[in-house]
Every structure is written in structure tokens, then in C-alpha cells.
Design a protein around this ligand. Structure first.
Ligand code: DMJ
Length: 913
């Protein structure tokens, strides 16, 4: 165990060299692992069971990595539904998400150090050879500087760190001669032109071959970047400098951090989500700990740990104090405005903030970490995964889940800090859910919609870099890992950097240590560190006692408005402010209140502002609620056994699957394939779910034709080749303007990519059975042994459906399985033939609100709001800063901010996480 140091030490009020050996394993800055003190609470998990779960994680990793290597490599990522590689330019663009892909075998590089952690040393050696042999870092591709840094530079450095560790051990990697480090350096130099701005903040994107400025670069015109994008470089860049002696990398990353610190909002000490890289103005002035900011905070604290530079801890502590004052509303973490930090900026939280409890463990602030983690776990128990965004009353706001690792990360750190076996049970649930809902024959697929259980053809590289590492380490004993993990720090992508770097090539930190902090009061900073003896004073039930009051927080919560409870409590005795949801234009009292808003006092003006925000939210929510949520097509026959779930659009006619039992049946293509005339193969579709191609007539007409032929359901497949629910907004199939009550069968719509998964399955397996539903049926091992039942929907049986026998003289079309792969219709349908129910432009593809959950939660209301209120009142008493909110703010300034706030709010709504 190395004694790397340079920062502040536990239990000391003066700087000293500290053993940072606990950082990686417990990530608990100054925390002693409490594993050994645990004696009661959740039942302890036996070594045998932990080993079993560890082995399960290894098997899952093999499934993900093996399929990537077999079917996708050297592509950047695996597409687990279509079982092939995702090559940029060959797939429809997914926008910003694709900027992580640089044609540099991303998943392989991101997986390197995971292989060593999981004891796959031989595979690691092979993987390193492949990287050195195959990876080209000079592609003409525009990539994200942030993603390339954390995943590729971090991956190469993590690989190098463990390669030299293995070489030193004397068995593996004896041939290794710093080749990964040379690649990392080459990549580092490629990223440097991005920093060529007056502010020193990097451009968000760079062309790997042409940099920023050259005409061929196709980038360099951006003006904004996110705070995390500019503030998450120091660990990798400093490691690169210290490994190589080339100081320029650490200098550049420090300069960007210095600039962000300078630009913090001085009265709140918060930073916004996006910043202008030329002027340094905040572009988005909302502030939280999730998307857009998250790893900026993480890197301040970890930079202190790795580099031993006090200025980073001072900055972190200043921000942390502000976060706990304004953003933390335990167990929630809610975004606020940097200028008006008592005003919430959103009514929802994003999944990325799930890393924060882990960071709080590193900081040593365990109580709020336990509370937020518990709240997140309950959301997961409700939806199987953490949706990308969820509301303060725990409804799904954005239903995707790309297999993010942040919650597993926090679970691991909390277990290390508390030793509470409860966290092992949490990890077990994560493993079960991944296998049950995300595992597909060719890897693990991201969830397109946690409510329906449908998949996206996507397995991000961070799933291998982070998820398996944290899950494996959660169940591992020290002897299960071939090196001492406590000698390393985790980057934000869970790459491992050795702590001995803190004492190597330190010239840069010495040169650049700023002296501006003399203005700050030292008493703001925690120079001493908590330890487990204080945190858990002989009380092994400590963590449980914190979780207990929160145990029903999700199930029994009532919808809340966006007003923060703290604010309401300031006005005890006063009439509660008018809320948008209660407003009635016919109520004279309401009109009177409205008139007053913005006219009398700052409080009234703030009520007015809030009212406007609520109105915008409410109307956008109501718009969404008028749309039907997506449906699921689940392939249940061999060899899929329910593992592949496709996102489908509903129809405004026919059987409503949300009200009825699902429909199950074998599929058959209709002839003609467009379904626009009487079918010529009724015997083939009778009692089955008919596949029909979009185009050439109305959806309702197709439905009638297949119903008349005896089909029990229909799936319309888009004729626009390459379309996918990953890149196009789902819509409802509208009727034909006539009465559609005669259509009794369920109809669903699949984009071409999802449709081709079924068509390919028919070609390969002939008999393909699917389930049409509003939510995928749970998969369990028995499903694989189940007999193939006939349609569960007897009332929909073919015999009961009246058949018409109109003779229509139309040319028969080839069915897709007879035609060649990717056969195209003879002529493309006029766009206006199929009448998709209109979708407003603001609800196009990338709009997260598209998936807004419309159902309210079951369960009675608890006194959760009261709990929060009580807590807030206590905080008010002890919080010197509450006076901020009480200050009379000039009404003009509030009104001047009004437009800005509404604009920011609208941007947030559009923003992709
Ligand atoms: C990872 O790439 C990193 O953890 C990053 O900091 C943000 N989150 C993704 C995975 O969700």
C-alpha cells in the first residue's frame, strides 16, 4: 500500500501528508471502512453469497464484453438488438450522443482497466495488444472533448496504470513499454487546440484529425460549453503530465478550472449549467449537481485528493456549502437559479445526480448521502431502473435509462463507508434487474422506456467501464482483487489513477498555486475529517436509522408543486399563494390575486414568477398528457424469450392495450404487404398478428383489411428505411376521419429499424411470437420453458372477427420475407397518406418531455411534505443565509429577470441530458 500524499490529513487541523490509501476502495475521504464494525441491522450476507453475486457480475461482463468483441469490435459500441457495431456515419445520427464515438474502438479502451479489476489479466493483455495494433486516433471525426477525455484518455491512462502495476508484479505485461501512455500523450496533444480560447475554457468539440480552426475541421464555431465539460479534465490531464513530465496538460486543465472558479456566482457560490467560452457569461443560470455540472464538483474534490493542492479543497468546500444550503432538500437535490438560489429552477431531477451520494461519502457527509441514495433506490424499485429524469413527486419525467452506473457507484461507496449489508442487497437488486430487463441475447440493451420495458439498440461504453467495476467491487473481498485498489483513485468514468502521482512531477502545482484564497475565511473549510467512530458512535444501525423515516417516501408521496417548502414556511399565517394548478379564470378572487402579482411586493412578484413557471409547466404537461404513452412489442419465442422489447407507437383506434390484457400471437406478413386492399393470404394471417408496411393508404384502412382476414392484431412497419425510435419521435397512428369503432384489434407502429428486428427474426426462425402490450411482461427463467401458448386474447380470436370478402383488383405485393433483405416498396408513399397524429415541433425527437408519465401514483399521502417543512423550519433557524430570501428585492430587478428565467426554463425543457 503506497503512502501517497500531499493533502490534508484526518483528524488534523494542520496540513500534513496523508495516506490516501482509502480513496479508491472506500472513496471515503478520511473514512475508515466500517465493514468490520457492523453487527446488526439488515442480515449480513455470507461470503458464499457474495462470491456467488461476484461470479454473476463476471458472467454478465463476459456476456457484454464478449458480444462487443465478437459482433462489434473494432466499432466504437455494440448495438445489442441488431447485434452489430455502431459505426458513426453508417447509422442515423443521434445528435450529441454520437460525439463520444471517434472510430477509436471506444468500448475496448473504456473496458481496459475493468478487465484487470475483474481479474481477467490474460484478456487485458490481449486487449492492450489490440488497442496498440488497431486503434487510430487520427480520424477525421468531430468528437466531444469531454467524452474523449474521460473515456479514451482516461481509459488509456487507467490501462497504463494497471499495465505498469502488472509488469512490476512480474508475471503479465512483461513486454509492455509505456505504449498506452504514448497513445495517451498523442491524444492529449490532439485535444490541446480545443483550449485555444481567451478564457482558457475548451471548445466542446474537436476534429481528431484537423483540430479546431482548419476549414476541414467542421467545428470551432461553438460559443458555449457545459460546466462539467470544461471542469472535468484535471485528473486525466494532470495524470498525463505527471506520468510524462509534459506539464502543459495539467496547466491547461488548471487554467480552465481557475476560470470557472472566478466566474462562480459570488453571492450564492454556485455555477450555472452552461457558460460562454469566449466571454465567460453564464448561458444557463440554473444550477444543480446533475447533468452539465456533476463531475466539475467531483473533480475539485478528487483533484485535491490526487494532487494534494489545498486550493481545490477550498473551492470544493465553498461550493459544497452552497449546494447543501440551496440545492439539497433531503432527500431531494433540486436545481435552483444561481442568482436566486432560493427559487427552484425545475420540478424534476435527473439520473446523473445519483453519483452525488458517492461524492458525499468521499467528503465524509454520510447522512444526506444515505437519504438521497434511499430515495433513489425507491424510485428504482418502482421502475426497475432510474429513469433519466423524474419529478419531485417521483413520476417519470423522461423514461429512458441508458444503463447508467451512477447509482451502483454510490451504492458501492456507501457500503464501504457504512458496512451495512443493506447496500449489498441493493446491489443484488441491480444485478437482478439488469438480467431480467436489460439482458438481450447479444449483450445488454439500454431501456428506451422504463415504463414499457422497451429497449434501445444501444450499449454505452460506460456500462463496461463503470457498472461492472462497481458491482464487482461491491461484493469482492480484498483477496478477490489482484492489486490493492486502495492505492488508486477513480476518475468520473471509474478509470484508475495511482495515488503516487501526487508526489511525482509536482512542478506545475507549485508554480500555479494561487494566493487569492487569503480573502476567504478559513473557518468555512473543514480541515478535519470525520471518522467512523464519530459517524457511527457504537451504533451499527446508524444508516438504517437514517433510512427508516424515508422508507415510504416514494410510494406514498403526493404530487408537489415547484414551490420549495422552505419558502412556504416563511409565510406562516399568510394565505397560501395561488398555484397554477388551482387557478380558475372564472374565480374573481383568483383574478384579483393575479392582478396583484408583480405589482405590490417582491413576495407577490415572486409568486407571479412562480405562477408563470407553473403555467408553462402545466400546459406543457397537459399537452403531453393528451398523447398516449408508447407501447411495447416483445418477442417471446425462442431464442428471444421476451428479452427483446421494441418501442412501438399506439393507434387512436382499435383495442386500447392500456385498458385490456396484452395480445399475444405469431406474426405473419400480409399480402399485399402494404395492407391497402383485401389480403390475398388470409389463411396465413388468420389468428396471427399481421405485419403491414406503412404507406399508400390510411392506417385505419390497413387495420380493417387485416382484421377482415382474421388477424388478431397488426404491426405497421415504417417504410422509411433506417428510421428508428432512437432518432425519430413516436407518434400515434390517427384514424381516417371516419368512425373507427369497427376496428377491434390492437394496432401498433414500429419504425423501420425496430420492424426489421422482427422481419430478420422471421427469416431466421420462421415462427416468431410476439406480445403486444403497454408494458413488457416480466421475463423470468420460466418464460424460456413455457409452452408456446395460443393467443391470450380469446375475445380477439379470428373466428369472432367478421371477415369481408370484397374483391379488389390490386397487384399483389411481395411479402418481406420473400423479398431480399431491406426490400423497398415499389414506390414511396406520399407523406400525407398515413396520417400520423400531429406532434408539435417542441416535442420532436430529443424532447425528454415526450415521455412524461401521465398516471398519478397510487398510495395515500404521507406527511412527507410536513417532514420536509419541519426540516426546513429547523434549517431556517440555524441557517444564517435565510435572510437572503427575506431581503426585499427591487421589483424591477425581479421582473427584469422574469424573461430570462422563462427563457432558461424553456431551454431546460429542450435540453438533452
Ligand atoms: C459517464 O460517462 C461518466 O460517469 C460521466 O461523468 C457522466 N456519466 C456517464 C455515465 O452515466
Amino acid at each position: 500500500m503506497s503512502e501517497a500524499g500531499g493533502g490534508r490529513g484526518c483528524g488534523s487541523s494542520v496540513p500534513q501528508r496523508a495516506p490516501w490509501s482509502l480513496v479508491a476502495a472506500t472513496a471515503a475521504f478520511c473514512l475508515v471502512s466500517a465493514t468490520s464494525v457492523w453487527t446488526a441491522g439488515a442480515a449480513p450476507m455470507s461470503r458464499e453469497e457474495r462470491q456467488k453475486l461476484g461470479n454473476q457480475v463476471l458472467e454478465m461482463f463476459d456476456h457484454a464484453y464478449g458480444n462487443y468483441m465478437e459482433h462489434a469490435y473494432p466499432a466504437d459500441e455494440l448495438m445489442p438488438l441488431t447485434c452489430r457495431g455502431r459505426v458513426r456515419g453508417q447509422e442515423p445520427s443521434r445528435g450529441d450522443v454520437d460525439d463520444a464515438l471517434g472510430k477509436f474502438s471506444l468500448t475496448l479502451i473504456d473496458s481496459l482497466d475493468t478487465l484487470v479489476v475483474l481479474n481477467k489479466t490474460k484478456e487485458f493483455e490481449d486487449a492492450v495488444r489490440k488497442v496498440l495494433r488497431d486503434v487510430n486516433l487520427d480520424n477525421d471525426v468531430v468528437v466531444s472533448v469531454f467524452e474523449t477525455n474521460i473515456r479514451v484518455l482516461g481509459g488509456l491512462l487507467g490501462g497504463h496504470s494497471l499495465a505498469i502495476m502488472l509488469k512490476e508484479k512480474g508475471e503479465y505485461m512483461q513486454w509492455y513499454n509505456d505504449e498506452l501512455l504514448q497513445m495517451a500523450k498523442q491524444l492529449g496533444y490532439k485535444l490541446l487546440p480545443a483550449f485555444n480560447t481567451t478564457s482558457g475554457l475548451p471548445y466542446p468539440r474537436i476534429n481528431l484529425k484537423f483540430g479546431i480552426r482548419k476549414p476541414e475541421a467542421r467545428t470551432g464555431t461553438e460559443t458555449d460549453t457545459c460546466t462539467a465539460c470544461a471542469g472535468t479534465l484535471i485528473l486525466e490531464f494532470a495524470a498525463l503530465s505527471r506520468f510524462t513530465g509534459a506539464t502543459i496538460f495539467e496547466e491547461y486543465a488548471r487554467k480552465a478550472l481557475d476560470f470557472l472558479w472566478e466566474k462562480r456566482q459570488r453571492s450564492s457560490n454556485l455555477v450555472g449549467v452552461t457558460i460562454n467560452i469566449h466571454t465567460g457569461d453564464w448561458v444557463r443560470k440554473d444550477s444543480g449537481v446533475g447533468a452539465g455540472i456533476d463531475s466539475y464538483y467531483e473533480y475539485l474534490l478528487k483533484a485535491y485528493v490526487l494532487l494534494g493542492d489545498d486550493s481545490f479543497l477550498e473551492r470544493f468546500n465553498t461550493h459544497y456549502d452552497a449546494i447543501m444550503r440551496y440545492i439539497s432538500q433531503p432527500p431531494l437535490l433540486l436545481d435552483v437559479h444561481i442568482h436566486k438560489p432560493m427559487l427552484n429552477a425545475r420540478t424534476w431531477m435527473d439520473a446523473l445526480l445519483a453519483f452525488f451520494p458517492g461524492l458525499q461519502v468521499l467528503k465524509g457527509d454520510i447522512r444526506p448521502a444515505i437519504e438521497t441514495h434511499e430515495m433513489l433506490y425507491q424510485v428504482i424499485k418502482k421502475h426497475n431502473f432510474l429513469p433519466e429524469a423524474f419529478t419531485t413527486d417521483f413520476r417519470v419525467h423522461w423514461a429512458q435509462h441508458p444503463l447508467r452506473p451512477e447509482f451502483a457507484e454510490s451504492t458501492y461507496f456507501l457500503y464501504k463507508a457504512t458496512g451495512d449489508p443493506y447496500y449489498l442487497e441493493v446491489g443484488k437488486t441491480l444485478i437482478e434487474n439488469l438480467n431480467k430487463y436489460a439482458r438481450v441475447p447479444c449483450g445488454f440493451a439500454a431501456m428506451k422506456d422504463v415504463r414499457t420495458g422497451s429497449h434501445e439498440d444501444r450499449m454505452d461504453s460506460f456500462f463496461l467501464a463503470e457498472m461492472f467495476k462497481y458491482l464487482y467491487l461491491l461484493f469482492a473481498d480484498k483477496e478477490d482483487i489482484i492489486f490493492d485498489i486502495e492505492d488508486y483513485i477513480f476518475t468520473t468514468e471509474a478509470h484508475l489513477l495511482p495515488l503516487w502521482l501526487s508526489t511525482t512531477n509536482q512542478s506545475i502545482s507549485k508554480k500555479n498555486t494561487t494566493s487569492e484564497y487569503t480573502e476567504l475565511d478559513d473557518s468555512n473549510f473543514d480541515w478535519t475529517c470525520p471518522n467512523t467512530q464519530i459517524l457511527f458512535p457504537n451504533d451499527p444501525l446508524y444508516a438504517q436509522s437514517i433510512r427508516e423515516p424515508l422508507k415510504n417516501v416514494v410510494d406514498k408521496s403526493c404530487p408537489r408543486g415547484i414551490i420549495r417548502v422552505r419558502e412556504e414556511s416563511f409565510r406562516s399565517g399568510a394565505k397560501p399563494p395561488l398555484r397554477a394548478r388551482d387557478f380558475m379564470a372564472t374565480n374573481p378572487e383568483h383574478l384579483e390575486i393575479l392582478k396583484k402579482m408583480g405589482a405590490a411586493s417582491s413576495i407577490d412578484a415572486e409568486d407571479g414568477l412562480r405562477f408563470m413557471q407553473e403555467m408553462i409547466e402545466l400546459s406543457s404537461q397537459q399537452q403531453k398528457e393528451q398523447q398516449l404513452p408508447p407501447r411495447a412489442v416483445q418477442i417471446v419465442s425462442h431464442p428471444f424469450f421476451g428479452r427483446v422489447v421494441l418501442t412501438a407507437g399506439p393507434a387512436q383506434f382499435g383495442l386500447d392495450l392500456s385498458k385490456h390484457k396484452e395480445t399475444r400471437g405469431f406474426v405473419a406478413s400480409s399480402k399485399p404487404y402494404n395492407g391497402c386492399s383485401e389480403l390475398t393470404n388470409p389463411e396465413a394471417v388468420m389468428g396471427k398478428i399481421a405485419l403491414i408496411q406503412r404507406g399508400q393508404c390510411m392506417f385505419a384502412e390497413k387495420a380493417r383489411n387485416i382484421q377482415n382476414a382474421g388477424a388478431i392484431g397488426g404491426i405497421v412497419i415504417d417504410d422509411n428505411e433506417g428510421s428508428s425510435s432512437d432518432t425519430a419521435p413516436l407518434f400515434q397512428m390517427a384514424g381516417d376521419g371516419k368512425d373507427t369503432d369497427d376496428i377491434k384489434i390492437p394496432m401498433l407502429f414500429l419504425f423501420s429499424k425496430e420492424g426489421s428486428i422482427i422481419l430478420d427474426a422471421i427469416r431466421e426462425y420462421e415462427e416468431v411470437e410476439v406480445l403486444l402490450s403497454d408494458k413488457a411482461k416480466d421475463r423470468d427463467p420460466e418464460m424460456e420453458n413455457e409452452e408456446q401458448p395460443s393467443s391470450e386474447n380469446d375475445s380477439q380470436s379470428a373466428e369472432q372477427i367478421t371477415s369481408s370478402s370484397q374483391e379488389v383488383d390490386l397487384v399483389d405485393q411481395e411479402s418481406p420475407e420473400e423479398s431480399s433483405l431491406n426490400s423497398q416498396p415499389e414506390s414511396l408513399s406520399p407523406a400525407d397518406m398515413d396520417n400520423a397524429a400531429s406532434v408539435s415541433p417542441s416535442e420532436q425527437i430529443s424532447n425528454p418531455m415526450e415521455n412524461h408519465e401521465t398516471t398519478s401514483l397510487d398510495g395515500e399521502c404521507t406527511d412527507f411534505d410536513n417532514q420536509l417543512q419541519e426540516q426546513s423550519e429547523t434549517e431556517e433557524d440555524s441557517n444564517p443565509n435565510v435572510s437572503w430570501d427575506k431581503k426585499v428585492q427591487p421589483i424591477d430587478s425581479i421582473l427584469a429577470d422574469w424573461n430570462e428565467d422563462i427563457e432558461a426554463f424553456e431551454m431546460m425543457e429542450k435540453d438533452e441530458l
